[in-house]
Design a protein around this ligand. Structure first.
Ligand SMILES: [Zn+2]
Length: 289
């Protein structure tokens, strides 16, 4: 702790006693129609599947209205997920706003929102076999939107070593292969992730970000409904189950499976597909004119 922290003022206790207010309370935004999604997913037909090898990533495409699953196979493994609008890489998953809207960890009924100026749901979580976990005695939950992704820059900063198979690099390679470019030319499109299956929280005393062994087991999956045409990329993190280390070859790592499903489209007939935000984007520049 720094030595120059100033003494608390006389009214510190009353200032600290101010009541918390939820920044974005439930009920202030349109909720997804989960009954319709349940009806649509009753007759899912698998159209594609692919394996993400350990310490590597793969890109995949999901059409609007399809469902996709990230499935645990072989052993506990954390995945780092990026999503883009399949037709426009400038629209991508906005981890920070998703966290502000839904909380530090996401589950069934929560949505993955895109960045500004689009700010619309890219995907809705339709099922999660780890939904039972909730928050444990350490305050940890599953599928966080806190962490950013392991990356070679932070690793070099903190450890002074070079490691080429962090999630940032894996996602950059997967995107580069998909768009036929060099990883260095596309890595700026890689963004803060959804940490699939990762078990994380903040320490109670210092509020530092911590991880612990993921409770995911083979057969577990998280399932998403694509609200727009998506290009996704998933990295099987070099941290494995993220119980101890990442950014190295030390942890036991396993593959992850991605499955894509076509639903019963008739059940989706009344679905409202999200448009980009209707905000006029003048930002006050023409006020009074
Ligand atoms: Zn990682």
């Amino acid at each position: 702790m720094p030595s120059n922290i100033p003494p608390a003022p006389a009214d510190a206790a009353s200032r600290r006693a101010a009541k918390p207010a939820i920044v974005y309370p439930a009920g202030t935004m349109p909720e997804p129609d989960m009954a319709t999604l349940e009806a649509a997913r009753r007759a899912l037909v698998k159209t594609h599947e692919l394996i993400v090898p350990p310490r590597d990533a793969r890109a995949f495409r999901v059409a609007r209205g399809q469902f996709f699953r990230i499935v645990s196979v072989e052993g506990p493994q954390v995945g780092d997920l990026n999503l883009w609008n399949a037709d426009d890489l400038s629209e991508r998953f906005f981890s920070g706003k998703t966290r502000a809207l839904h909380g530090t960890h996401v589950g069934i009924g929560d949505r993955l929102w895109s960045n500004m100026p689009y700010l619309r749901p890219m995907a809705t979580i339709s099922h999660d076999t780890l939904g039972w976990y909730g928050f444990d005695a350490d305050g940890a939950g599953i599928h966080d939107v806190i962490g950013t992704r392991c990356d070679p820059y932070t690793n070099l900063l903190l450890n002074g070593t070079t490691y080429d198979f962090c999630c940032h690099s894996n996602l950059s390679r997967a995107l580069a292969t998909e768009v036929k470019a060099d990883p260095a030319a596309v890595e700026h499109h890689v963004h803060d992730v959804l940490n699939v299956f990762m078990c994380t929280g903040f320490t109670k005393d210092t509020h530092q970000y911590f991880m612990k062994a993921s409770p995911v087991r083979p057969g577990d999956f998280i399932e998403f409904f694509a609200e727009i045409d998506l290009l996704g990329a998933l990295s099987a993190c070099p941290g494995g189950d993220c119980s101890a280390t990442h950014s190295s070859d030390a942890a036991a790592c396993h593959p992850l499976k991605i499955e894509i499903f076509e639903p019963d489209r008739t059940a989706l007939k009344g679905w409202t597909w999200p448009s980009p935000s209707a905000y006029h984007r003048r930002h006050g520049a023409h006020a009074g004119s």
